[in-house]
Design a protein around this ligand. Structure first.
Ligand SMILES: Nc1ncnc2c1ncn2[C@@H]1O[C@H](COP(=O)(O)OP(=O)(O)OP(=O)(O)O)[C@@H](O)[C@H]1O
Ligand SMILES: [Mg+2]
Length: 350
C-alpha cells in the first residue's frame, strides 16, 4: 500500500496565538512494501508527520492517501494502521497473549481465529514461548516485540514505528532493529520508521527521508543521501565521525583551504563551504594538506587522525598500514569526493 502525502502541513497554535509550523508543506511518496526511515533532529516534525498519517493529528493543510484512498478525513481506527511507540505501552496486568489479542476484541473475529492470529504473530516476532508471562517479566527488546505483534495482529495496511528502539540498550537495539527489518520483509507491509539516529535509519531503511524544521530535505536510498547530500544540513546530519566543513576557495578549478591546495574541483571561482568526509582523505607523501602534530587513534584497520587547519579541527580516517609506513603525512581528497555548498543557502553546488 503506497502512502502519499500532498502539501501536508501541521501548524500548532498555543494559547497566546503563537504558531509552530511542525510540518511544512510535505510532499512525499512512501512506496508500497518498503521500509522508509524518517530521520531528523529533535523537534523537526517526525512524530507530527507520523501522527497525521495515523489519524491522531488532523492536518492543517494537505492530503494523505493510502493507495488511491484519500484517508485525510478518515478516523484513526478505520485507516488500517499499526502503531508502535518508544515506550511499549503494554498493559501490565495482562499476559503477553492478552496484550497481543487486545486489538481484536472489538472486531467480530471468532475466538479460535483470534488465538490462531496471536500465535502466528508471536511466532513472527519470535516470542511464542513467552505468551503466558506478564510484560514486566520480559526484557525491553521482548516487550517491544510484543508491541510489534500487537500492532500487526489486525493485519494493518501500514506499520508506523515512532522511535521503537530508543529505550533499549545498545546490543538489544541492534538485535531488535534486525528483527524489525526481517519482520517487515516477511510481511511486506509498508512501514515508516521514525528515528533521530542516523546510523539506525541508514542500516534499516530501503529509503530515508531527512527532515529539518518541518521540511523534507532529501529522500533517497541511504547510500545516495550519504554520498550526494543535497545541502549542508543533510551532509552534517549523516556520518560518524561527522563530515568536516571548512570555508574554501575555488581558483581556476582548484580548491584551496587557508591557502593550501586540497585538490582539483571544477566550479566557478569563489568562496564555498567545503564538505570533506573523514574517510575520503587519502594519504600522499608529496601533495595535499600537511598534517602536523596529529592526535592519533588506531581503531584497527583504520586510524583516526585529528589535526588543525587554521582554527578548524579536521578528522580523517585513513588506512592504518599506509599511515604507519608513510614518511610524511599529507592528505588529498579526490575531486568527486569534494562537496561544495553555497555559503548563503547551504545548497550543494553541482
Ligand atoms: N501538541 C502539540 N502542541 C504544540 N506544539 C507541538 C505539539 N506537538 C508537537 N509540537 C511542536 O511541533 C514541533 C515538532 O514536534 P515533533 O514532536 O513532531 O518533533 P519530533 O521530530 O518527533 O521530535 P523528537 O525527535 O524530539 O521526538 C516541535 O517544535 C514541537 O514543539
Ligand atoms: Mg518524536
Amino acid at each position: 500500500m503506497e502512502i502519499r502525502l500532498e502539501h501536508l502541513s501541521k501548524i500548532f497554535v498555543d494559547k497566546t496565538g503563537r504558531e509552530t509550523r511542525a510540518v511544512d508543506n510535505m510532499d512525499l511518496v512512501i512506496p508500497s512494501g518498503k521500509l522508509v526511515g524518517l530521520l531528523g533532529p529533535s523537534g523537526c516534525g517526525k512524530t507530527t508527520t507520523l501522527f497525521m498519517i495515523a489519524g491522531l493529528h488532523k492536518p492543517t493543510h494537505g492530503k494523505i492517501f493510502f493507495g488511491d484512498d484519500d484517508v485525510t478525513k478518515l478516523s484513526s481506527d478505520k485507516r488500517g494502521i499499526g502503531l508502535v511507540f518508544q515506550n511499549y505501552a503494554l498493559y501490565p496486568h495482562m499476559t503477553v497473549r492478552q496484550n497481543i489479542m487486545f486489538p481484536l476484541e472489538n472486531l467480530k473475529i471468532e475466538y479460535n481465529e483470534a488465538v490462531a492470529r496471536v500465535n502466528e504473530m508471536a511466532k513472527l516476532v519470535g516470542i511464542e514461548d513467552q505468551l503466558d508471562k506478564k510484560p514486566a517479566q520480559l526484557s525491553g527488546g521482548q516487550q517491544q516485540r510484543v508491541a510489534i505483534a500487537r500492532a500487526l495482529v489486525k493485519k494493518p495496511r501500514v506499520l508506523l514505528l515512532d522511535e521503537p528502539l530508543s529505550n533499549l540498550d545498545a546490543r538489544l537495539r541492534l538485535q531488535t532493529r534486525e528483527e524489525i527489518k526481517r519482520i517487515q520483509k516477511e510481511t511486506g507491509i509498508t512501514t515508516i520508521f521514525v528515528t533521530h539516529d542516523q546510523e539506525e535509519a541508514m542500516s534499516i531503511s530501503d529509503e530515508i527521508v531527512v527532515m529539518n524544521f518541518g521540511v523534507e530535505q532529501q529522500k533517497d536510498v541511504p547510500q545516495k543521501v550519504y554520498t550526494n547530500p543535497h545541502n549542508l544540513f543533510v551532509a552534517k546530519f549523516l556520518g560518524n565521525p561527522p563530515i568536516n566543513v571548512l570555508r574554501g576557495e575555488i581558483k581556476s578549478n582548484q580548491l584551496f583551504i587557508q591557502g593550501v591546495l586540497i585538490g582539483d574541483k571544477i566550479a566557478k571561482d569563489g568562496l564555498y563551504d567545503v564538505g570533506l568526509r573523514p574517510e575520503d582523505f587519502k594519504i600522499d607523501e608529496k601533495v595535499g594538506i600537511a598534517v602536523e602534530h596529529p592526535e592519533v587513534e588506531i581503531t584497527g584497520r583504520d586510524t583516526l587522525i585529528r589535526f588543525m587547519i587554521g582554527d578548524t579541527q579536521i578528522r580523517a580516517l585513513v588506512d592504518s598500514e599506509t599511515y604507519s609506513t608513510a614518511n610524511q603525512i599529507r592528505l588529498t581528497v579526490r575531486s568527486n569526493k569534494i562537496h561544495l555548498f553555497d555559503i548563503e543557502s547551504g545548497d550543494v553546488i553541482r
